[in-house]
Design a protein. Structure first.
Length: 367
C-alpha cells in the first residue's frame, strides 16, 4: 500500500472523527449557552455538566423505531437524509487546517498538506456542494406525503436560492484581492500586516500592527457573507423552513429515529463548516502567532489548528447568540432582505472593491 493512499485513508477517518466529536460538543455548548442566556440550567444529568447528554440523545435516536409514512415516496424519502449529510462532509475536506507538514516516513521525506483536497477551484466547489443541500430539504418535504413538510421544502428552496446569490457575490471581492479560488492560497494571501496608505507616522504605526486579514478591507463583504451563511444553514432568525408554530417540524416532520438524526447531524456540521469557511475567507484561517519562542516545538506545531478552532468557535458563539436573541423573521421580510438588501449591497461592494484594487495596482488614471 502506497504512502499517499495511507495518508488519504487517515485523512478520511480523521475528518469523520473530528466532525462527529465537534457536533457532540457543539450541541452541548449551544444548549448550555442558550440556557445561560435564558436563566436556565440546561443539560446537567448525563455526565459532568451534562456533557454526555448529546451522546445519550444520539443513542436514543439510533434505537428508536423507524416509522415510514403511508403516503411517502419511499426511494426519495430514504435518499433525502443521505443527500443532506454527504455534502457537509465534502465541504469540510477543502478547509485548510494548517500549513503543510514535512514528515519522514520509511526514510522518505513526504509533504502532507493539512487539507483533505486542495482544489484550485475550492470556492466554486464550496458553492456547488453547498447548493446540493437544498435538494435534500425539497426531497424530504415532497416525498413525506404531508402538507407541512411540503411547505417547509418550498420555503427552503426559495430561501436558499435567494441567499446563495448573496453568499457567492460576497466572496468575489475576496477572490479579487487574493488572486485565487484555492482556499489555501486565500489563507496565504492574508499573511503579514496591513500597510498604511497615509504618510502620518502615528497612523502608520497603528495600522501596521493590524493583521492583513480580509475582514478589515472587506468588512462589508464579511457582514453580507455571515448573514447569508446564517440563512443558508436555516438558523434563527432565518429558520422559517422548520417554524414549529406554523409547520409542526418543517421538512423533517415525518422523520424519526436514525433518519432524523442524519438531518440533525447535517445541520450542525454545516453550521461548523460555515464558520470555518468564514474564518478561512475573512479571519486568516489558521494564521496566528505560534509562540515558538515560549512553547516546545511539539505544542507550537498545533497552534495553527488551535487558532482556526478558536476563530471558528467564536463565530459559532455568535450563531448561538443570534438564535437566543433575535425573533424569527416573517417570510416576506426574509425575501426582502435577500433580494432588496444583501444582493444589491454585494454588487455595489464588488464595484467599489474593483475600483479600489485597480487604484492600488495601477494608480489613479490622472496620475
Amino acid at each position: 500500500m502506497s504512502i499517499e493512499l495511507i495518508i488519504s485513508i487517515v485523512k478520511v477517518f480523521f475528518t469523520l472523527g473530528l466532525l462527529l466529536t465537534n457536533t457532540i460538543l457543539l450541541i452541548w455548548i449551544e444548549r448550555k449557552v442558550v440556557a445561560g442566556m435564558q436563566s436556565r440550567v440546561g443539560p446537567d444529568r448525563a455526565g459532568p455538566f451534562g456533557i454526555l447528554q448529546t451522546l445519550a440523545d444520539a443513542i436514543k435516536l439510533l434505537l428508536k423505531e423507524q416509522i415510514f409514512p403511508l403516503n411517502a415516496s419511499k426511494a426519495m424519502y430514504l435518499l433525502a437524509p443521505i443527500i443532506a449529510l454527504v455534502p457537509s462532509f465534502l465541504i469540510f475536506m477543502i478547509i485548510p487546517l494548517g500549513p503543510d507538514l514535512d514528515l519522514i516516513i520509511n526514510g522518505e521525506e513526504v509533504n502532507v498538506p493539512l487539507v483533505g483536497a486542495d482544489l484550485n477551484v475550492g470556492v466554486l466547489f464550496f458553492l456547488a456542494v453547498s447548493s446540493v443541500a437544498v435538494y435534500s430539504v425539497v426531497l424530504a418535504g415532497w416525498s413525506s406525503g404531508s402538507k407541512y413538510p411540503l411547505l417547509g421544502g418550498v420555503r427552503a428552496s426559495a430561501q436558499m436560492i435567494s441567499y446563495e446569490a448573496a453568499l457567492g457575490l460576497s466572496i468575489v471581492p475576496v477572490i479579487l484581492y487574493s488572486g485565487s479560488m484555492s482556499l489555501s492560497r486565500i489563507v496565504a494571501s492574508q499573511q503579514g500586516y496591513l500597510s498604511s496608505p497615509f504618510g502620518i507616522p502615528i497612523i502608520e504605526n497603528i495600522i501596521e500592527m493590524v493583521p492583513k486579514w480580509n475582514i478589515f478591507p472587506q468588512f462589508i463583504a464579511f457582514g453580507i457573507f455571515f448573514i447569508a451563511a446564517v440563512a443558508e444553514v436555516n438558523r434563527a432568525p432565518f429558520d422559517l423552513v422548520e417554524a414549529e408554530q406554523e409547520l409542526v417540524g418543517g421538512f423533517h416532520t415525518e422523520y424519526s429515529g436514525f433518519r432524523f438524526a442524519m438531518f440533525f447531524l447535517a445541520e450542525y456540521i454545516n453550521m461548523f463548516n460555515m464558520c470555518a469557511i468564514t474564518a478561512t475567507f475573512f479571519l486568516g484561517g489558521w494564521l496566528g502567532p505560534t509562540f515558538s519562542n515560549f512553547l516546545p516545538p511539539f505544542l507550537s506545531l498545533f497552534m495553527p489548528f488551535i487558532w482556526l478552532g478558536a476563530k471558528t468557535f467564536f463565530l459559532l458563539f455568535i450563531f448561538i447568540w443570534i438564535r437566543a436573541t433575535l425573533p424569527r423573521l416573517r417570510y416576506d421580510q426574509l425575501m426582502e432582505l435577500g433580494w432588496k438588501g444583501l444582493i444589491p449591497f454585494s454588487l455595489a461592494w464588488i464595484l467599489l472593491s474593483s475600483i479600489a484594487l485597480g487604484i492600488r495596482e495601477f494608480g489613479f488614471p490622472w496620475s
